[in-house]
Design a protein around this ligand. Structure first.
Ligand SMILES: N[C@@H](CCC(=O)N[C@@H](CS)C(=O)NCC(=O)O)C(=O)O
Length: 208
């Protein structure tokens, strides 16, 4: 499999964690978002949305959208599972994932921030926008996760796959995490876990 990816893309990072937790290796194909490679015709021919991640299977089929890619991996490679527990526990994990994937990350995606700047927003206004949405989202996640271990249990799962890249984005944008001790605990655990270490933006083929 090939993963079209960018080292500090939040949604690519999610897929890298899921792959690493499942012990799957892929060939990374870097797409430099700062250089606009996602909008080049050759990439748009593969992925009309012009975003990463994209997973190309050995059959040549291409999968877009990190939730769909992660679900595909979960269905095809169910062990170890990212969704432990009963339907209620799994719904809780999916809730954290959806909150981050649908309600936080899209608001600080590069094309959204560029659109704000094109509309006249200053760097300060853009920074305030990012901080507002990340802080609001993380405050909600803080109340949705447990007091021990990873987000929702002793082992990492879907909620952690989404949370850790969002924490990385928060740090990159200088959003304080001081008010979120549970999230800080999960981040500290993940920082010691081989799969999360392997997936980290600092360890990718395109890391500057
Ligand atoms: N919902 C999509 C979001 C994908 C996405 O927005 N990717 C960003 C990087 S994290 C991107 O490629 N941005 C390029 C752009 O906006 O031009 C997913 O989860 O895969």
């Amino acid at each position: 499999m090939k993963l079209y990816t960018y080292y500090r893309s939040t949604s690519s990072y999610r897929v890298r964690i899921a792959l690493a937790l499942k012990g799957l290796s892929v060939q990374a194909v870097p797409i430099n978002l700062l250089k606009g490679q996602q909008r080049q015709p050759d990439y748009l021919a593969l992925n009309p949305q012009g975003r990463v991640p994209m997973l190309e299977l050995d059959s040549g089929e291409r999968l877009l959208q990190s939730p769909a890619i992660i679900e595909y991996l979960e269905e095809c490679y169910p062990t170890p599972t990212l969704l432990v527990g009963d339907p209620l526990q799994r719904a809780r994990a999916r809730g954290v994932a959806a909150l981050i994937g649908c309600d936080v990350h899209p608001l600080h995606n590069v094309s959204v921030l560029n659109r704000l700047r094109e509309g006249g927003a200053s760097d300060t206004q853009v920074a305030e926008w990012i901080s507002h949405w990340i802080s609001q989202g993380l405050a909600a996640v803080e109340s949705m996760i447990g007091d021990q271990g990873y987000c929702l249990g002793a082992l990492p799962g879907l909620a952690d796959v989404y949370l850790i890249p969002q924490v990385y984005a928060a740090e990159r944008f200088n959003v304080s995490l001081a008010a979120y001790p549970r999230i800080a605990r999960v981040a500290a655990l993940a920082a010691q876990h081989p799969a999360f270490i392997q997936a980290h933006p600092s360890r990718q083929v395109d890391t500057p």
